[in-house]
Ligand binder design. Structure first.
Ligand code: AMP
Length: 222
């Protein structure tokens, strides 16, 4: 890998992009870059971008390319990008994909792979509406699939504070899935055309999916 590479994780809400990006970050030292997290931080901080994004996010629609790109560029210009990054939730439109190509060329970076996490839509509503995270370290949990070993205590850091996203409810998930199919799924063919696409079955065990992703990253680095 001559230039630092970015990995793009594509998949609908609930496909496991955030979970897998965190695992890749720990294993390979790549930086997880989630535009959803950056936007939620902007909303919490009450910045102009955050104020403009809040209602759009709560409705499950996509924030404007202009706002998202400005936030992403700021983050990508920080010095920790040297080893590469995992893009989780970006690009989500054809315009964002074209802007990413330009930005990477400017930064001297390249796309290592665009990985499509393939899941059944029908399972995503339950996956998303039951999920929550540790408010301190961000470890992910789920009401049905993954509770902490000791009820109410984070396995990873021991915190007793947890949080749920405002948009992780059954109604908003429907709108988010629609936005994914209308605006983001076409990027799968875009990256297939660039020869960068890899598909991973993301319906099984988290650790098996993580192994499949690790094999792709190791293949890029080789
Ligand atoms: P996520 O955390 O990736 O599920 O994103 C949560 C919400 O943030 C989405 O439903 C959108 O409203 C907004 N968002 C995140 N990333 C993007 C993006 N790349 N383009 C437009 N909106 C985004």
């Amino acid at each position: 890998m001559t230039k630092p590479a970015v990995l793009i994780l594509l998949g609908p809400p609930g496909a496991g992009k955030g979970t897998q990006a965190r695992m890749l970050e720990e294993k390979f030292g790549l930086v997880q870059l989630s535009t959803g997290d950056l936007l939620r931080a902007a909303v919490a901080a009450g910045t102009e971008a955050g104020k403009a994004a809040k209602a759009v996010m709560e409705a499950g629609q996509l924030v404007s390319d202009e706002i998202v790109l400005a936030i992403l560029k700021d983050r990508m210009n920080e010095p920790d990008m040297g080893k590469g990054a995992i893009l989780d939730g970006f690009p989500r439109t054809a315009g964002q994909a074209a802007s990413l190509d330009e930005l990477l060329a400017e930064l001297g970076m390249s796309i290592g792979a665009a990985i499509s996490l393939e899941v059944d839509d029908a399972a995503m509503v339950e996956r998303v509406s039951g999920r929550y995270t540790c408010a301190n370290c961000g470890e992910g949990y789920h009401d049905s699939f993954k509770q902490p070993a000791v009820a109410g205590v984070c396995d990873k850091c021991g915190s007793t504070e947890f949080k749920r996203r405002a948009d992780d409810n059954a109604e908003t998930v429907g709108a988010r899935l629609e936005a994914y199919h209308a605006q983001t799924a076409p990027l799968i063919s875009y990256y297939e055309g660039q020869g960068a696409l890899r598909r991973v079955d993301a319906m099984g065990e988290i650790d098996r999916i993580a192994q499949d992703l690790a094999a792709i990253v190791e293949g890029i680095a080789a």
